[in-house]
Design a protein around this ligand. Structure first.
Ligand SMILES: [Zn+2]
Length: 156
């Protein structure tokens, strides 16, 4: 959740992810799609990339990825490719969640690997963090609580 706060400080939707292997954090990420102009710059992808680099392996079979929000289709696909042992997520995402809420990408047995999935871990706290962010956006306030016409202009 503190990584999600880092995303929020950068004006991004607050989502944070960490990859843990043998009790050690080997990859961390927070949402950076705007900062990096990268449509794939989700917290989970960034954390997986760092973990792969650190471990010198594109497969992470003994790793668990923790993320504050249910992963989307793209991230769920990357998690299957990474052969993650386990995925733990916080809030469910009724709009784009790919761990059962909308799509069932993570648990689909047609994949050659299906990670264990635990959802709803600290869900209330994680959901609250996102709700608060979007509420502030709607109110035309930035992450620091100061009025931000830029933020308001970006609203559709
Ligand atoms: Zn994603």
């Amino acid at each position: 959740m503190s990584l999600a706060n880092q995303a929020e400080r950068e004006g991004e939707v607050p989502v944070g992810a960490v990859v843990v292997c043998a009790g050690e954090a080997v990859g961390e990420g927070w949402n950076r799609t705007i900062t990096l102009s990268d449509p794939a710059g989700h917290a989970e992808i960034i954390a997986l990339r760092e973990a792969g680099r650190r471990l010198g392996n594109y497969r992470l079979p003994e790793c668990t990825l923790y993320v504050t929000l249910e992963p989307c289709c793209m991230c769920a696909g990357a998690m299957v490719h990474a052969r993650l042992e386990r995925v733990v997520f916080g809030a469910h995402d009724p709009k784009t969640g790919a761990a059962g809420s909308v799509f069932g990408v993570l648990g689909d047995s047609r994949h050659n690997h299906v990670p264990l999935v635990s959802g709803g871990c600290m869900a209330a706290e994680c959901a609250q963090q996102l709700k608060q962010f979007f509420r502030q956006k709607r109110d035309g306030k930035g992450a620091e609580g100061a009025p931000s016409p830029v933020t308001r202009a970006k609203q559709p």
